[in-house]
Design a binder for this molecule. Structure first.
Ligand code: HMG
Ligand code: MG
Length: 313
């Protein structure tokens, strides 16, 4: 018999409530070998929302040749109807062509995605860092004119598989330039999961020093080195309240092979429930959704919480 809920002991060092930014349908499915049918993606997104995840990133309007897994973005949004639109259903958009497609699909929120390093900018966006910021500029401007909510990701914030360590100042510089375009929120991407606690504190402090406060910052930890949850706790203790995670711990980036899944939403929800932090998520229905998706993908979830709670008793 396993415990199905943690024993609750309030942790006064954490905020009373957090916002989970669910990326399983985008970060998760962009990296699967199998192409998941659009109907299954739409059902996944509906089930995530029904489990209490208020913010769900749905898909990407990127070059379909670069990410064939999400080439059906318009179809997924068509299938979702109103459930796929609004300010809490962001989509990834790299350029004006992507924005045109996203606007045609009626989205209410977008996310641009920059890189802290030159090598990953080249590999992921086919641009230098400068060129990619110039690519984003008209995207953000037009999106804002249309009343869309805009997020900016920065990838490789804590280390890069090709360049190694990434200076904190370099990350802050790119983050500032992206936020100056007019974005509402910044998400700090630990694309390859190498961050550790002091590094997280230092980056958040350095951003705060430049006027990018924790009220505008979310954290996006991949769990490659098993550090995602501990790094999240550090960020929450610094006042961050937006945390990216993916149901079942799906995720990765096809243009950074060393990237594996994101922080599993179940692991996050378990930790928050135990600490008395509200997430709005129903763990049992989320687990059922991840198990259903794992069946479609034909492989088990890497999440410890999912494994513990779905193991035969
Ligand atoms: P490019 O090849 O330089 O694009 O790609 P281009 O501007 O030269 O255009 C080439 C052709 O592609 C043109 O068609 C365009 O119309 C078409 P042609 O005229 O030859 O017939 N095209 C498009 N078609 C549809 N939708 C579009 C689009 N754009 C161009 N949006 C580009 C440049 C940025 C588009 C490409 O590099 C790209 O799509 N990259 C995206 C890669 C990606 O999605 N990576 C994963 C997401 S990032 C991530 O996972 C990290 C994150 O989770 C945070 C973290 O963990 O750190 C967010
Ligand atoms: Mg990611």
């Amino acid at each position: 018999m396993s415990m199905r809920t943690p024993q609750v002991e309030a942790d006064p060092t954490l905020p009373p409530e957090i916002t989970i930014y669910e990326v399983g349908a985008r970060d998760g499915l962009q990296n699967e070998k199998a192409i998941v049918p659009a109907e299954v993606k739409a059902e996944f997104i509906r089930r995530l929302a029904a489990a209490g995840l208020a913010t769900v990133e749905t898909t990407s309007f990127v070059n379909p040749q670069w990410v064939p897994q999400l080439a059906d973005a318009s179809e997924v949004l068509d299938l979702l109807g109103d459930e796929g639109r609004g300010p809490k259903r962001p989509v990834l958009v790299p350029n004006e062509r992507g924005l045109d497609r996203a606007l045609e699909a009626g989205v209410g929120a977008i996310a641009i995605f920059g890189s802290a390093t030159e090598t990953f900018a080249r590999k992921n966006l086919n641009r230098t860092v400068d060129e990619s910021i110039e690519m984003f500029r008209p995207v953000v401007e037009r999106a804002r004119d249309c009343g869309l909510w805009v997020r900016a990701y920065v990838s490789m914030c804590f280390g890069d598989p090709w360049e190694g360590p990434v200076p904190v100042d370099q990350v802050v510089g790119v983050a500032e330039r992206l936020m100056e375009l007019g974005c509402d929120q910044l998400s700090l991407g630990d694309t390859i999961g190498v961050a550790t606690s002091g590094h997280v504190s230092r980056l958040l402090d350095a951003l705060g020093d430049r006027g990018i406060g924790v009220d505008r910052v979310g954290v996006h930890f991949h769990d490659t080195y098993g550090q995602a949850l501990s790094n999240t706790l550090v960020a929450l203790r610094h006042g961050v309240t937006v945390v990216d995670s993916s149901a079942g711990g799906l995720g990765g980036c096809p243009y950074a092979k060393s990237a594996t899944g994101n922080l599993a939403t179940e692991d996050l929800v378990w930790a928050m429930e135990g600490a008395g932090v509200r997430t709005g998520v129903d763990l049992e229905s989320l687990l059922a959704t991840s198990a259903w998706m794992a069946n479609h993908l034909g492989r088990p979830s890497p999440s410890g919480v999912v494994r513990a709670l779905t193991a035969p008793s």
